[in-house]
Design a protein around this ligand. Structure first.
Ligand code: ZN
Length: 476
């Protein structure tokens, strides 16, 4: 049991036979030959994983592959891409091919850099070829680089393999440790461009709203317990927020890390402008006010944390979330400026009425449910991306004190009720089961009848998708 849990990278994987491995090698060679014929004078990048032992694919192995593949894709974004082929589900292990123009040597250097520097790069095996592959094979030695280090002992990997120095168990444990370091102990977030970050934030808003069936919330099938908006309202709103996402990232990039506590003063006016853009786009409907606040701070914190680095971690980003919002409760809720009193927000009303600190409390505490509930659920739940996201939403709904929900119910007792609903959903097996799907539909009806909505959980889902995309846990 302990051993199985320790090697989660291989959980739910199916062992392959030597025959299957050999057949796959023939398949790969045929694909490469065909690509060389179809695209003469182009460069072919072939990407696969280096997984020892009979289990070569599993849900977690696919997460590893897609996280790295996303980094490789972005490294190639400036090239003229002729063809992309990805099959992450092959039983013999995920594989991808990319055909593009440019110098073979340049691409080989880029991929060696990826293998050596990306946190999971040591599990990848990247080849670069042209139609006359043999004459253009660049080895690491040709490029003046040292051979690839062994996963277990850091010596020359080829020598260790030839001498059979390590047991399969030792190599699997070392591979699993790389997985854990990237996805479990902390989440590693590579450096992305401003465009990529803004796209990830926009995509997070869109993926949240198209997810269905969501209890009480707006989705393409139902407006939930909302009478003044549809899925289209959310699409308009999300698109209107993209400039704000760019701005939030830029503010984080430009701020000195030592002055993170002052960043909120700069972010606030940008947030107010974003709210105006939202109201213009939605004809006055509040679709994303909570997300403007929390996602804006999260994006700025990532901009701060990634300064001068090739990668950062979720813990560092959340450290900056807490820094940015260090004084927020004191300033906004506990002793607000008397001149602001008249324009009391929903947040300050709830604070006085239920002692609920709402989104301000969430950011001040470092968005705890993101690292503790949202991302682990997304990482570990089975099934399609849609079902994993539905499970993540429900897990979040059961874990937080959702201020939208409490406001709608007009009682804090709803928090316990929501937890009971969530427990029942997971007892039925979650979104991947027919019973779980049926339960979501029924719960949606119940929540519409009682005019309930889990807007706070929906905002957390947006944050989870955003970080999921930056880490590659959810890849585009
Ligand atoms: Zn070794």
């Amino acid at each position: 049991m302990e051993g199985k849990k320790m090697l989660e990278l291989f959980a739910d994987g199916q062992a392959v036979t030597l025959d299957q491995v050999l057949t796959n090698r023939e398949w790969r060679s045929a694909v490469q030959q065909q690509l060389a014929i179809d695209f003469p004078d182009q460069v072919v990048l072939a990407v696969k994983l280096n997984i020892a032992g009979p289990i070569k694919n599993s849900p977690k192995i696919q997460q590893v592959f897609m996280a790295g593949w996303q980094v490789i894709q972005r490294a190639c974004a400036d090239a003229a891409i002729k063809k992309v082929y990805v099959d992450e589900q092959r039983i013999t292990g995920p594989e991808a091919f990319l055909v593009l123009d440019g110098q073979i040597k340049k691409w080989k250097q880029k991929l060696v850099h990826f293998e050596d520097n990306f946190a999971l790069g040591r599990l990848f095996d990247c080849d670069v070829m042209t139609d006359s592959a043999e004459s253009y094979q660049f080895s690491r030695r040709d490029l003046g680089l040292s051979p690839r280090p062994c996963l277990v002992c850091d010596d020359d990997a080829k020598v260790c393999a030839k001498k059979g120095r390590h047991s399969l168990a030792a190599v699997q444990a070392a591979s699993n440790q790389l997985y854990r370091n990237y996805f479990v102990t902390d989440l590693i977030l590579p450096k992305w461009s401003q465009d990529f970050v803004a796209d990830a934030a926009l995509a997070a808003c869109l993926q949240e709203v198209v997810l269905a069936p969501k209890p009480g919330l707006v989705d393409p099938l139902s407006a939930g317990a909302h009478h003044d908006m549809t899925v289209m309202t959310f699409v308009d709103s999300a698109v209107a927020l993209r400039p704000y996402f760019e701005r939030a990232f830029q503010l984080g990039q430009d701020c000195s890390q030592a002055e993170a506590m002052d960043l909120l003063k700069l972010l606030r006016p940008a947030g107010v402008e974003a709210e105006q853009a939202m109201y213009l786009a939605t004809n006055g409907v509040n679709t994303h006010k909570g997300a403007i606040f929390t996602l804006g701070i999260l994006i700025a914190a990532y901009g701060l944390a990634i300064q001068g680095k090739e990668a950062t971690t979720l813990h560092k980003v959340l450290h900056f979330v807490r820094k940015i919002s260090a004084n927020i409760l004191e300033n906004d809720l506990v002793s607000p400026n008397p001149s602001d009193w008249k324009a009391e927000t929903a947040g300050s009303y709830q604070y006085r009425t239920y002692q609920l600190t709402g989104v301000r409390g969430e950011v001040a505490a470092g968005l705890k449910a993101l690292a503790q509930v949202g991302l682990p659920t997304l990482r570990d739940r089975p099934g399609s991306m849609t079902n994993r996201l539905l499970d993540t939403l429900m897990a979040l709904a059961g874990a937080i004190q959702d201020s939208t929900l409490i406001k709608r119910a007009k009682t804090k007792a709803i928090v316990q009720q929501m937890q009971d609903w969530v427990d029942e959903f997971f007892t039925l097996g979650g979104a991947e089961t027919a019973a779980g799907q049926k339960y979501l539909t029924t719960l949606n009806q119940t929540m519409i009848e009682q005019n309930l909505s889990i807007g706070g959980a929906a905002d957390y889902l947006i944050l989870t998708i955003f970080i999921g995309r930056l880490s590659g846990l959810l890849s585009s």
